[in-house]
Design a protein around this ligand. Structure first.
Ligand SMILES: Nc1ncnc2c1ncn2[C@@H]1O[C@H](COP(=O)(O)OP(=O)(O)OP(=O)(O)O)[C@@H](O)[C@H]1O
Length: 284
């Protein structure tokens, strides 16, 4: 079990913002950390990694990583950290990047095999795609068989197809190694696919904690569809107005009245809702 009870005074966009997070995480759990920008997600990961000072306690299994202001040094925390920007050693080959943290050739080969990187092991990071680089950095983070794997928006710089591929690989790796993982993500589908639990932060506090389907599904069983999107344009067509809305990768047209059109502003974020009595699913 991992017990976290930490506080830190942050300087948020609107002044002082106390971060206070108290939670316990079971061994092997895959936890997603969500919440608006500036809510304290990255800071919490950095506190866990020992990269940021904080007050309180962190107990991992039977070892205190933080207690009474005594902080275990970063190197002794048995953490794997994956950042959005890969942070690979550019002057080392893929294989050397892994062996540098732990000289276990067998494990390196196994990890590279699981992530389809075996044929690229002699290559250098600057000759790899973003998706390949991130797979190397995930493998490298697992080389020390860490007690906790921290992932800070690891897939957000990748295109949707590569994201899905890496989500599947993360699932395979989690199944195989069972590493307790905490991943910051803004993507509900990613959280739903990977995490068994999601914790939402707001202004440095936990405001929601539960299974992804409890926390993320806003329209549970109500036959209602609701999508968040951005209003791109409003066109006049005879007596009606048509709003063009971007939802994820798709553009959708919605008929609105002239009164509604007057109240809308291009660029604003909006919610598109509809009552769907008999929705249909077709395969692509
Ligand atoms: N060491 C620090 N001392 C004081 N304030 C800090 C410190 N580190 C970050 N902050 C502030 O705390 C707030 C939360 O930052 P943090 O990066 O943790 O947010 P986040 O939820 O990860 O945001 P995003 O989703 O944009 O990455 C920000 O307003 C930031 O400026």
């Amino acid at each position: 079990m991992i017990h976290i009870d930490v506080t830190k005074t942050l300087h948020g966009a609107e002044g002082i913002m106390p971060l206070h997070v108290k939670l316990s995480i079971k061994e092997g759990e895959f936890v997603a950390l969500g919440g608006k920008s500036g809510s304290g997600k990255t800071t919490l990961l950095r506190i866990l990694a020992g990269l940021e000072e904080a007050q309180g306690k962190i107990k991992v299994h039977n070892t205190f990583w933080l207690q009474k202001n005594r902080s275990l040094p970063v190197q002794q925390r048995e953490i794997g950290f994956v950042f959005q920007d890969y942070a690979l050693f550019e002057n080392m080959s893929v294989e050397k990047n892994l062996l540098f943290v732990n000289n276990d050739k067998k494990l390196a080969e196994h990890l590279l095999g699981l992530t389809e990187l075996s044929s690229l092991k002699e290559r250098y990071p600057n000759s790899l795609s973003g998706g390949q680089k991130q797979r190397v950095s995930i493998c490298r983070a697992l080389m020390k068989k860490p007690k906790i794997l921290l992932l800070d928006e690891p897939l957000s710089a990748l295109d949707p197809a590569m994201r899905t591929k890496l989500q599947n690989e993360l699932l395979v790796l989690h199944k195989e190694f069972g590493t307790t993982s905490i991943m910051v993500s803004h993507d509900p589908s990613e959280i739903y696919r990977l995490a068994s639990r999601v914790i939402m932060l707001q202004n440095g506090k936990i405001i929601n904690d539960g299974a992804p389907k409890e926390v993320l599904l806003k329209t549970q069983g109500s036959q209602k569809f609701s999508f968040e999107g951005e209003l791109l344009d409003i066109k006049k067509a005879d007596v009606i107005y048509i709003a063009i809305v971007a939802i994820g990768q798709q553009l959708v047209e919605v008929v609105v009245s002239s009164a509604e059109a007057k109240n809308l502003q291009i660029g604003q974020s909006i919610r598109l809702s509809t009552k769907a009595f008999a929705p249909t699913l077709t395969q692509n």
